[in-house]
Design a protein around this ligand. Structure first.
Ligand code: F6P
Length: 350
């Protein structure tokens, strides 16, 4: 009987529990694996904190947001963590883990790849609301986030219309504008601002003014948190940050661009403007049916990969097919919004 570990790393997102359920059920039912949950991402493997997952322990978790295993942004290869990779290797040996399923975004998969190069049998599953992982059409979590933002835009439309206001909606996505673009298209945004496209504030002002001259009394602006504000429009050009701190993988804490934009728009256009930051609501709660199905397919494919002895891989969605690609092909770079999607969104600007 082989022991298999499963962990969730990085920011949580809807669909993690659905994935854990699929991995555990497939592993036990089809291959008689003994399944272990590794607690709080890579930290659990450094500290050796695990719990056995049987069929009963994953019952009822399919619709639940968050992760029953906990998560963290632990980087065993970070500068302050010397000795952690060796601790991980020791724990893998002590727990007699044949393979590890790493459910996570770019950072988690980067660690998985480094461990694979050190001889660990790993298979990755791509998760993130940001949808910024290369080689997969979609990550799970993204569809749920898009639906949450779309509903928020629908709600903001009615209040914006009643008060003749401009509404600025700030959404997550880090350095990729997928959530803003998809939810903006689905919600009928009048302007969508994403990190992939340079900001021209004069364009934004003129577009809103033109709209209002044509008789529209409100506008909805969706802005991605990773948009850089040009120097002319705020004291310091660049990202708007919540704090000067960075996480274990060197990421800055984005947030606040919506409020700056709302002030600029109100000052320059004279239209009353409000902003809304959707923040972590985009990551909470139950996954959509699409995300539950994608999570389930990914979980099952990861176990199949282990059964076939295919390691150093990540399962991905291409078209409607689940396949796997080498981990080395997806790490270190982000998948960003291409012109195909932005051109669709642009038709509805102004
Ligand atoms: O990567 C997912 C994400 O939600 C990003 O969209 C966002 O920038 C970041 O995580 C927020 O991280 P934290 O959970 O540390 O606030």
């Amino acid at each position: 009987m082989k022991n298999i570990g499963v962990l969730t790393g990085g920011g949580d997102c809807p669909g993690l529990n659905a994935t854990i359920r699929a991995v555990v059920r497939k592993g036990i039912k089809d291959y008689n694996y003994k399944m272990y949950g590794i607690l709080e991402g890579w930290r659990g493997l450094i500290e050796g904190t695990t719990k056995e997952l049987d069929m009963y322990s994953v019952s009822g978790i399919l619709p639940r947001g968050g992760t029953i295993l906990g998560t963290s942004r632990t980087n065993p290869f970070g500068e302050e963590n010397s000795g952690d990779p060796e601790r991980i290797l020791r724990n893998i040996k002590a727990l007699d883990l044949h393979a590890i399923v790493a459910i996570g975004g770019d950072d988690t998969q980067g660690v998985a790849y480094k461990l694979f190069k050190m001889g660990v049998n790993v298979v990755g599953i791509p998760k993130t609301i940001d949808n910024d992982i290369l080689c997969t059409d979609y990550t799970f979590g993204f569809d749920t986030a898009v639906n949450i933002v779309t509903e928020a835009i629908d709600r903001l439309h009615t209040t914006a219309e009643s008060h003749n206001r401009v509404m600025v909606v700030e959404v997550m996505g880090r350095h990729a504008g997928w959530i803003a673009t998809f939810a903006g298209i689905a919600g009928g945004a009048d302007i969508i601002m994403i990190p992939e496209k340079p900001v021209d504030m004069e364009d934004v002002y003129q577009s809103i003014i033109r709209r209002h001259k044509l008789g529209k009394k409100f506008s909805i602006v969706v802005v991605s948190e990773g948009v850089k504000i040009p120097a002319a429009d705020q004291e310091k050009a660049g990202f708007v940050l919540q704090s000067a701190k960075t996480d274990a993988f060197g990421h800055v804490m984005l947030g606040g661009v919506g409020s700056i934009l709302a002030n600029l728009i109100e000052k320059r256009t004279g239209f009353e403007t409000r902003h809304t930051v959707l923040g972590h609501t985009q990551r909470g709660g139950t996954p959509t049916a699409f995300d539950r199905i994608l999570s389930t397919r990914f979980g099952i494919a990861a176990i199949e990969s282990i059964h076939k002895g295919e390691f150093g891989k990540i399962v991905v969605l291409k078209g409607n097919e689940i396949m796997s690609v080498d981990l080395k092909d997806i790490i270190g770079k982000n998948k960003t919004v291409d012109d195909y999607w932005y051109d669709i969104a642009k038709v509805f600007f102004g």
